[in-house]
Design a protein around this ligand. Structure first.
Ligand code: GDP
Length: 329
């Protein structure tokens, strides 16, 4: 315990090695590590708040390049920047779209930056939990901005949006008919759409894409968390470091407005409650699956469901009833 307090102190002083080891601890799947991790998270406290920015985009749009340029831009403003990743591919196949070590070579050398690849676990839910813990630790370590990166596939975006204050969607210049390619659901969670690669031969195409998305955004239903003019589409060039100041300006304007209106607080509270109920759900499930009294009946019911002899809901009700009984006994 004394040791945990010392590690927490190091983290609060911004020690990146201690932070890195703490994240390794929260990512561990060992149950004895889990208790230590929870103690450490508690010891780190909840005092500080960073600006949490979610960022998504399909492979190849320039996420790493953008994070490198934008991260360096923020560091030059005197800010401390942490980069976390949620990579659904790494949980499924062990291979990773985001986790390559050579990414963001310049930013990773900055003393005021911290880059952490995605935890690789079998379930996306597990990855989300650990990333939430990592966000908490990075806040305790006093980072001003936490960028949470994910790939543009399905659930992982919703998950990252649920742990971010702001959500950015990165796109590449596209032909006119490709607008359909971006799912409506993703456009609905984006606060800023950044059309990257607005340079050289791609510039004119990027301008057209940006105009198309501006138009499409205006057609979306107005959201209560937006001031006039948001969400909006902007042009950037990650390679030429163009448009970064404008992006940061818009992020700050939006964040300030939301803070002023109390939306910031309300959103954080709703997110905390969301993760609380997710935790209750998954911890209960873990307890249930681990319960030795249930192993046989669980296997039996699985078999019955697979053979079509029991309805899933019926089998689940039976398991839950037995779980409650076995814990009351
Ligand atoms: P990620 O898969 O989304 O992380 O994309 P990367 O950052 O690895 O970039 C994919 C490719 O797009 C690389 O060849 C980059 O050099 C290129 N790229 C990234 N940003 C820009 C940009 O602003 N302009 C141009 N022209 N190319 C870019």
């Amino acid at each position: 315990m004394k040791e945990l307090a010392a590690i927490a102190e190091k983290i609060r002083n911004g020690d990146r090695r201690a932070l890195s080891r703490a994240i390794t601890l929260v990512e561990s799947l060992r149950s004895d590590h889990r208790q230590q991790a929870l103690d450490l998270l508690a010891a780190c406290g909840t005092g500080r708040q960073a600006l949490r920015i979610g960022l998504s985009g399909t492979p190849g749009v320039g996420k790493s390049t953008f994070i490198e340029s934008f991260g360096l831009f923020l560091v030059r403003q005197g800010l401390r920047v942490a980069v976390l990743a949620v990579d659904p591919s790494s949980s499924r196949s062990g291979g990773s779209i985001l986790g390559d070590k050579t990414r963001m070579a310049l930013l990773s050398r900055e003393p005021h930056a911290f880059i952490r690849p995605s935890p690789s676990q079998t379930q996306l839910g597990g990855v989300a939990r650990r990333t939430r813990d990592a966000v908490h630790l990075c806040e305790a370590a006093g980072f001003d901005v936490i960028l949470i990166e994910t790939v543009g596939v399905g659930q992982s975006e919703t998950m990252v949006a649920q742990m971010s204050d702001l959500f950015l969607l990165l796109l590449a210049p596209a032909g006119g008919d490709e607008l359909q390619g971006v799912k409506r659901g993703i456009m609905e969670i984006a606060d800023l759409i950044l059309v990257n690669k607005a340079d050289g031969d791609l510039r004119a195409q990027a301008q057209r894409t940006c105009a198309d998305y501006s138009g499409a955004l205006r057609l979306l239903r107005k959201r209560p968390q937006d001031p006039e003019g948001f969400p909006k589409a902007l042009l950037v060039s990650a390679i030429e470091e163009q448009g970064l100041e404008a992006v940061w300006g818009e992020i700050q304007a939006l964040a300030d407005w939301r803070r002023e209106k109390g939306i910031w607080e309300t959103t954080r509270k709703a997110q905390a409650l969301h993760w609380f109920s997710e935790e209750v759900r998954s911890q209960l499930l873990e307890e249930l699956v681990r319960d030795p009294n249930l192993a046989t009946v669980l296997a039996q019911e699985e078999g019955a469901v697979a053979r079509g002899e029991a309805a899933p809901a019926q089998a689940a009700a039976k398991i839950v009833r037995q779980f409650i009984e076995s814990n009351n006994a």
